[in-house]
Design a protein around this ligand. Structure first.
Ligand SMILES: [Cu+2]
Length: 503
């Protein structure tokens, strides 16, 4: 987004940072692998290691402080594997296997030339053996064979961080796919001597795909589905281990004029990410975390088991949406996060308005009510009030794009749900319209509509029940009863799928 000259300066800056201390050649010949004689490669004799540092590790989206100008050191990394039940979506839980207690694994930041002493602990309450394969390690298995660790035990190995770059680490215990699919991936950054050029904000974002027995947003504790994983049919594709990990209070933050650097990993196990930030153009992308930045990129591919570093200056305030631009993953599997930028507007760059529920969907109005209703339901204590609160959140984005946030619709185009005689006349018919859509002439409060509502059969039964309970009790509709998920399930069960349609 800046002038060409600015990039030239930064490119030189990177070479100074990345090559200067080792007196290597220009950035023009450097590469992430160790080409002999090239700056930042392993071909030179190792620099002397001075002192011992206990590595500070961070949970996403935070990253540890830069290495700065310090010389290579012995760095002690302590990481503990914990098997923990955590939310993956509102009201949906999953038994994650984690490096450090959350997904993704804790961020590790070292300097090229550091001698890393790695301690992998496996918490005594865990059920599984685990290990770690760091792509930053030069040597067979990336550390995996040296770190097989039973619950209650700890392993230790050491390696020299030879190559600069942003590397994935993951568990490589059989069945490997299952360990990775349960969340066992993280990032280790190996900074070049002198460190990366300073920026205003740095964040850690990791994409993963998850495979649950229940469909997307089916509530409760969801078991892992190995067959779906083998078939590469993810139920969830999310950033930082949960659908809402970068939403609301947890949005990434920046101020107008600042440069943001995202360290983005793709832990897979299966999906390749088309990483994009809606409303931004990446000034620089270190494609696949190689040393040569590509410039002016809209969307960048991140392989499974790979990473990228993107940098961009934010110039106008508002909400920027991180997505996997395989776009149904963003809107129907969860691969959506936000960056909130505050500061003065610049109407010459952008005159328009802030994004609304169209992009954020029901997350725009997230209140925690969906999870609350699901928990109450699991205990047999669901009330109509809890359903209304959950339905109100889900209505935003799911239905409001057409029927409008106040339920008034748009004359001649989208019928009103507010004070709708059609809506209130037949509960079963309305459930059927949401599951199966509706085409053709209908009369609402005396006005004729002749259009099409697409089926929303992808929504789980309880979400449809809660939305309709809300709608039938709002804006002058005065239902006194609720719509139950059993009523929705009954309509769904009676629905004939079109011949050949996917189940
Ligand atoms: Cu494991």
């Amino acid at each position: 987004m800046g002038s060409f000259a600015r990039f030239a300066t930064i490119a030189v800056g990177l070479c100074v940072a990345g090559c200067g201390e080792q007196g290597g050649s220009t950035a023009g010949t450097a590469s992430m692998s160790s080409a002999p004689g090239v700056a930042g490669s392993a071909a030179k004799p190792a620099e002397a290691v001075t002192g011992t540092i206990d590595a500070e590790l961070t949970h996403a989206p935070n990253v540890p402080p830069p290495v700065g100008k310090r010389p290579p050191a012995k760095v002690v990394v302590r990481l503990e594997v914990k098997e923990v039940e955590l939310p993956i979506s509102d009201g949906v839980k999953y038994m994650f296997w984690t490096f450090g207690g959350q997904v993704p694994g804790k961020f590790i930041r070292v300097r090229q030339g550091d001698q890393v002493e790695f301690h992998l602990a496996n918490h005594p309450d865990n059920k599984m053996p685990h290990n770690i394969d760091l792509h930053a390690v030069t040597g067979p298995g990336g550390g995996a064979a040296s770190s097989n660790t039973a619950p209650g035990h700890e392993s230790q190995f050491s390696f020299r961080a030879q190559n600069p770059g942003l590397f994935i680490y993951h568990c490589a215990t059989a069945p490997v796919g299952m360990h990775v699919a349960n969340g066992m991936t993280g990032l280790i950054l190996v900074e070049p001597p002198g460190g990366l050029p300073p920026v205003d904000r740095e964040y850690y974002v990791m994409q993963n795909d998850f495979y649950t027995v229940g469909k997307y947003r089916e509530k409760g504790l969801q078991p892992f589905d190995m067959q779906k994983a083998i078939d590469e049919r993810p139920t969830y594709v999310v950033f930082n281990g949960a659908e809402e990990s970068l939403i609301g209070d947890k949005a990434l933050k920046a101020k107008v004029g600042e440069t943001v650097r995202l360290f983005v990993g793709n832990g897979g196990p299966n999906m390749v990410s088309s990483f994009h930030v809606i409303g931004e153009i990446f000034d620089r992308v270190y494609t696949e975390s190689g040393v040569h930045p590509q410039e002016q990129v809209q969307t960048t591919l991140i392989p499974a088991g790979g990473s990228t570093v993107v940098e961009f200056k934010v110039e106008v305030p508002g909400t920027y949406v991180l997505v996997d631009h395989s776009i149904l993953r963003a809107f129907n599997k969860g691969a959506l996060g936000t960056l909130k930028v505050e500061g003065p507007e610049d109407k010459s760059i952008y005159s328009g308005k802030e994004i609304d529920s169209v992009y954020l969907s029901d997350k725009a109005a997230r209140t925690g009510a969906v999870a609350e209703a699901a928990e109450a339901d699991a205990k047999g204590k669901l009330t109509r009030e809890l359903q209304i609160a959950a339905g109100k959140q889900l209505f935003a984005g799911t239905c409001s794009a057409c029927h409008q946030p106040d339920g008034q619709g748009i004359p001649t185009v989208f019928p009103p749900l507010a004070k709708s005689d059609y809506l209130m006349a037949d509960k079963k018919r309305v459930i059927d319209h949401v599951i199966n859509g509706k085409t053709g002439e209908i009369k609402v409060n005396g006005n004729v509509f002749n259009s099409t509502m697409a089926p929303l059969s992808n929504l789980p039964d309880d979400d449809i029940a809660n939305i309709l309970t809300f709608v039938r009790s709002s804006w002058g509709n005065n239902a006194t009863d609720a719509v139950s998920k059993a009523e929705v399930a009954a309509v769904r069960a009676a629905t004939q799928r079109p011949p050949g349609a996917a189940k």
